[in-house]
Every structure is written in structure tokens, then in C-alpha cells.
Write a protein that binds this ligand. Sequence first.
Ligand SMILES: [Zn+2]
Ligand SMILES: [Zn+2]
Length: 112
Amino acid sequence: METTRRCRECGVVITGHSRREFCRYCKRIVLKQNAQQKKDSSKRTVGSVDTCRVCGIEYTVRSGNQRYCSECAAQVARQRSYMQAQKVSEQREKRRKEREQRINGDRISAIS
Ligand SMILES: [Zn+2]
Ligand SMILES: [Zn+2]
């Protein structure tokens, strides 16, 4: 059965019937991270202490795939939504410019 799978790292849709948990791009990163984690040999259990991958401070693990301290997690989430918001406003700006150009073009053709 074919189900839509999403990359656990970036959320991109993985097509085809594969049982992969990550897209091709993230898989490489995840594999590297896993190797690093094995080196760290810290078993990640909820309630244990791990190091934030962004700032390096220690935080209490609240979920198995938590990678950042609560501060950095919030920042990463903010950055993601900021990037999304920026994309939306870019599109809006583009449409606005197109509209302006149309209006100006109308005005010019009305004068001539
Ligand atoms: Zn991915
Ligand atoms: Zn952090």
C-alpha cells in the first residue's frame, strides 16, 4: 500500500513506496547525526539531559527527537515561520507591483 510519507526532519513529502523516514537530503544529515550520537553514547530518554545542537547548553529531554534547548527550539520554529511569512509577503509584494505597473500603463496609454 502506498501512503504519503513525510520527512521527519524537514517535512517534505517522500514519494514512492519507500519506508524511509527522511528525504534524501536529510538522510545524509541524519546519518551523520546518528553517528555522532552513537559517539556520544548518550541514550536519549525523556527526562535525561542532552546538549543543544545549536548553542551547546544542556537541556532536559522532553521528547525522543528533541534536538535543541527550549530557547533554540522556539527560535528554530520562529525562523521557519518567518521564512514562510517572508515567502508570502514576497508574493504579495510581487502582485502589488504588477498591479501598480498595470495602473501606470493604463495611465500612460490614456495620456498618449
Ligand atoms: Zn528532509
Ligand atoms: Zn540551545
